[in-house]
Ligand binder design. Structure first.
Ligand code: NDP
Length: 501
């Protein structure tokens, strides 16, 4: 916990776990650093609205310290062998798994997501990324290209100092999804978490260094957009990876272009989920629940436009309503019986409430929820609108909350055309028992991360990322290596040079 804050409430059964809480605002050059001259950023527990900690935004001096440390640390790190680098990442993965419960509690306090989720999805997926990219680090090589007597060889080189900027919905996972491939390739990283969830990335940095990372290779600085902007525009930075909204993505991409920097953009979505008449009803309802209400709907890839074929529509709505009425357990997210938490912040709750009001105003049929829960904290009821039409605001704009829009359709061609009629292209899903159709439909949908008879699975082995306005580049999987390294090509002439004069 931060020195100026009230204590973070930890699990009373096991309150004394070592290193459970970060001890200062920033982590630079292998240690925690504080500078109270920076703007205070309160950390609010979304389930109660109480302030549980406070960090300070990075001052220009802190930003400079992080950049200098990252530039120096990167040289030391890149000089190590891939196998040595991988060993550090895999050791960090082991430590994260050992401390999963404490880290999950911190994630819950940072975001308000229920322990029922954070115990299985957050620190664990961060550990998966560190283990996976740690495993790849020793085999990142170039190629030998024979050209008769001459030949070319390529060298896969790190980019240098990378900046990661995170959203608030998955703070540990995002810190690891960006950090693990960056570090595997021999880069260093400066990570700026969202000001809404500043705590978890500090623990990632602490654990990486405990695992043997040289000082300066993974740094965390706090702050609002301006700190991110200062990092992006610095000439020492070679690459920027942002997870955030499309408007922020535009700004960061433009700033990066000014310095001709590499970018990865993981941005928003308004993804379609197509449910055909022949789908397994229970699985389709389950997929729609996962794709709209997990993390209280604060997931970028959510299938928030649920296109249901007319023959199954009323059965789908009836079963969905039944499962939402009987299955949702709202309450303190630290209680493991709870499966539905609050919005991350009061502001996000108000944004979502605005969209719900818009849905009603524009004539969608509210079939479930729609209100703020009668309890402390920023809780909204899981909300379902039916009879949504393509032009409605709730069918066009990313809401980032527990609001499902159900639209209906007659034919496959019509559903595909309407599903693709959006500027976003992050994810898409289809539920059908007809496998020929499943592959045909997925082939026609304009999206980067797709699902057949499932929704929102994100194993580290699979590429994740969007097309169209949802972003550029891919995180996770071998694909990420290309986005954190560059190839040097070397022509080797074995004979004499034939010059024209
Ligand atoms: P924002 O776009 O508001 O912010 C993202 C990050 O960028 C924050 O850390 C923010 O700082 C920072 N930032 C803001 N302005 C600038 C700037 N000019 N230069 C540099 N950095 C800046 O997104 P949210 O945090 O509200 O997250 C929700 C969004 O993220 C949704 O649109 C969601 O779809 C998307 N997202 C995408 C994912 C993907 O993988 N495709 C995954 C998760 C979320 P601060 O907020 O502290 O001011």
């Amino acid at each position: 916990m931060m020195p100026s804050a009230r204590p973070i409430r930890m699990n009373k059964d096991d309150p004394m776990r070592p290193n459970a809480q970060p001890v200062a605002s920033h982590f630079i050059n292998g240690r925690y650093v504080e500078d109270t001259a920076g703007t205070p950023i309160p950390v609010i527990y979304a389930a109660t609205g109480e302030r549980i900690a406070q960090v300070h935004a990075a001052t220009p001096a802190i930003v400079e310290e992080a950049l200098a440390a990252a530039a120096a640390g990167q040289k030391i790190w890149a000089a190590m062998s891939g196998t040595e680098r991988g060993r550090v990442l895999r050791r960090a993965a082991d430590i994260i798994r050992e401390r999963n419960r404490a880290l999950s509690e911190l994630e819950t306090l940072d975001t308000g997501k229920p322990m029922q989720e954070t115990l299985y999805v957050d620190a664990t997926s961060g550990a998966d990324a560190l283990e996976y990219f740690g495993g790849l680090a020793g085999s990142l090589t170039g190629e030998h290209i024979p050209l008769g007597r001459d030949w070319v060889y390529t060298i896969r080189e790190p980019l240098g100092v990378c900046v990661g900027i995170g959203a608030w919905n998955y703070p540990t996972q995002i810190a690891c999804w960006k950090g693990a491939p960056a570090l595997a390739c021999g880069n260093s990283m400066i990570f700026k978490p969202s000001e809404t969830t500043p705590l978890c990335a500090l623990k990632v940095a602490e654990i990486l260094h405990e695992a043997g990372l040289p000082a300066g290779v993974y740094n965390v600085v706090q702050g609002m957009g301006e700190v991110g902007a200062a990092l992006v525009s610095d000439p020492r930075v070679a690459k920027v990876s942002l997870t955030g909204s499309v408007p922020t993505g535009r700004k960061v991409y433009a700033a990066a272009a000014d310095g001709m920097k590499h970018v990865t953009m993981e941005l928003g979505g308004k993804s379609p989920l197509l449910i055909f008449d022949d789908a397994d009803l229970e699985n389709a309802v389950g997929g729609a629940i996962l794709g709209n209400f997990y993390s209280s709907g604060q997931v970028c890839s959510n299938g928030t436009r649920v296109f249901v074929q007319k023959g199954i529509k009323e059965a789908f709505l009836a079963r969905l309503k039944e499962r939402l009425s009987t299955g949702v357990v709202m309450g303190d997210p630290l209680d493991e019986a709870v499966n539905f938490g609050p919005m991350v912040s009061e502001r996000q709750m108000e944004i979502v409430q605005g969209y719900i009001a818009k849905g009603v105003e524009e004539g969608a049929r509210l079939v479930h929820g729609g209100g703020r829960a009668q309890r402390e904290g920023f809780f909204l009821e899981p909300t379902v609108f039916a009879d949504v039409t393509d032009g409605m605001t709730i069918a066009r704009e990313e809401i980032f909350g527990p609001v499902m829009a159900v639209l209906d359709f007659d034919t496959e061609e019509e559903a595909i055309a309407r599903a693709n009629d959006t500027a976003f292209g992050l994810s898409a899903g289809v539920f059908t028992r007809d496998f020929t159709r499943a592959h045909r439909v997925i082939g026609a949908l304009e999206a980067g991360s797709c699902f057949i008879n499932s929704y929102n699975d994100a194993p580290v082995e699979a590429p994740f990322g969007g097309s169209k306005m949802s972003g550029v580049g891919r995180e996770t999987s071998k694909e990420a290596i290309a986005h954190y390294s560059q190839v040097k090509s070397v022509y080797v002439r074995m004979g004499d040079v034939e010059a024209p004069f």
